[in-house]
Design a protein around this ligand. Structure first.
Ligand SMILES: Nc1ncnc2c1ncn2[C@@H]1O[C@H](COP(=O)(O)OP(=O)(O)O)[C@@H](O)[C@H]1O
Ligand SMILES: [Mg+2]
Length: 450
């Protein structure tokens, strides 16, 4: 700055305008309200607080959603673990889609019911289950999106128009308690009404949609048998502390994206307004704030159909004032694969547009063009983001920028983050929390769900 002052004639400017030339001047910090995240290195190492609802109330944000981007091991999950922990301490409900099985300590600490899918777990989820008070049309639309995304994960491509139309027609005819097996049967042997809908014959339709039928059928057999094709064995307690869904049994398997879509489709009931209504009628904390985390969400960004599904989840969250937190690795996760790049990128842009809080950990220099394009980063910000040490991130919070060093308390480090200790103590099958909230959250008999 001193060099600029000597070479250029003095021009008085406000800090608001000068930050376009030099963004790292000491700026004003966000409101000192809400849970602490760490130290704001741009505001003289002052304490950095972050609460999307406080910022929303002060019109600094119009959407609570958050995207966390960064290379492996830079501190993304630790940040979101402490964010959820500190939000839970403030009375917020927290829901977690946990592909790596890292949130067992958080579940233990807050007595969150812990559900595990796979590897002999008795837990079952029906991804087609209706949300409370969902209209027939909304249910059919959501089921179509879920089935399309599930089919895409197996096919490795988006379903063709004919296949998608068949899924939509079948979804519109499913009964309220339908299971994936019903859809597979309806695809293998289409009824006349579905064929008439699509101006074809049942035999011709069966031949056209057979690849989709077989891919969905794979979700009902082998390692996943029963997991996604039975009435749900748990329910979300609208007055409870939240829930952790442990998918680690399928982490690293090709089935992971499908299981994430199926589990997420079921977990989206955490976003439904009925949860808040039920809370209000029960005399509980009406309008309780909720956070839904999808860790390792990059898994879903390789196909337009799954990206679209995640974007729909993000819109649903935004509409209900729930904070959706998605964790990604690279900016290129958001750009899609070469052959599907344009469609995926457009949807990824939508996902970013819905997330006004972006937390950027270290990115490689190769990501610079995409970071500039997708996140509007300046050259100075790009230099920073490609050189950040671990546990420090550039925060874009609406129009505000901060470089934040994430701080862990010794208790958090020991109880939430020191996963080595928890992993070695962890039995083969995920343990349920012994907390009192576990019992009301469970339906003991599989057959008890209508
Ligand atoms: N704020 C922090 N302070 C100190 N150590 C941290 C912090 N955040 C993360 N770590 C350490 O870094 C390791 C990797 O962090 P993690 O959050 O799992 O990375 P990521 O999710 O980006 O792969 C953690 O197990 C923890 O030991
Ligand atoms: Mg992680």
């Amino acid at each position: 700055m001193a060099v600029i002052a000597r070479l250029a004639p003095t021009v008085p400017v406000t800090t608001r305008h000068s930050c376009s030339l030099y963004p790292w001047q000491v700026g004003s910090s966000l409101p000192q309200d809400g849970p602490v995240i760490g130290l704001d290195l741009l505001a003289g190492r002052t304490v950095f607080h972050y609460d999307p609802w406080v910022l929303y109330a002060q019109r600094l944000l119009t959407s609570p959603n958050m995207v966390v981007l960064g290379q492996l091991g830079k501190g993304k999950s630790s940040l979101v673990k402490t964010h959820l922990h500190r939000q839970a301490l403030a009375g917020r409900q927290v829901f977690v889609l946990d592909p790596k099985g890292e949130y067992t300590p958080l579940a233990r600490l807050h007595s969150l019911p812990l559900l595990g899918l796979g590897r002999g777990s008795p837990d079952r989820l029906n991804p087609l289950e209706p949300l409370p008070d969902e209209t027939e049309q909304a249910l059919a639309r959501r089921r179509t999106d879920t089935l399309t995304a599930l089919a895409a994960t197996g096919l490795g491509r988006d379903p063709a128009p004919e296949e998608r139309a068949a899924l939509a027609s079948i979804a519109a005819r499913l009964h309220p308690h339908a299971l994936l097996g019903d859809v597979v049967r309806a695809l293998l042997e289409p009824v006349q009404a579905v064929a008439t809908d699509l101006h074809t014959t049942p035999a011709a339709l069966a031949a056209q949609v057979r690849p989709v039928a077989l891919e969905l059928r794979r979700l009902l057999h082998g390692d996943l048998a029963g997991m996604l094709d039975a009435p749900t064995t748990c329910r979300l307690d609208p007055d409870g502390p939240g829930l952790v869904l442990d998918l680690s049994a399928v982490f690293g398997s090709p089935a992971l994206p499908a299981v994430m879509v199926a589990a997420g489709a079921w977990l989206s009931r955490a976003l439904a307004p009925a949860a808040a209504t039920a809370t209000a009628t029960a005399g509980g904390s009406s309008g309780r704030r909720r956070v839904l985390l999808v860790d390792e969400a990059w898994v879903l960004l390789h196909l337009p159909a799954t990206t679209a599904w995640l974007q729909a989840l993000s819109k649903l969250a935004r509409a209900h004032g729930v904070q959706l937190v998605t964790v990604l690795h690279r900016a290129s996760d958001l750009a899609g694969q070469a052959d599907t790049g344009t469609a995926t990128q457009a949807r990824a842009r939508g996902l970013l547009a819905d997330a006004e809080t972006r937390v950027l950990y270290t990115q490689t220099a190769g990501e610079r063009p995409l970071l500039r394009d997708l996140l509007d980063l300046t050259d100075v910000e790009l230099d920073l983001v490609t050189q950040l040490p671990p546990h420090r991130a550039l925060w874009q919070v609406g129009q505000h920028r901060a470089v934040v060093e994430h701080l862990l308390s010794p208790r958090e480090a020991a109880q939430l983050i020191d996963t080595d200790q928890h992993m070695t103590a962890r039995p083969e099958h995920p343990v349920r929390t012994a907390g009192p909230s576990d019992r009301p959250g469970r339906i003991d008999s599989v057959g008890a769900t209508p």
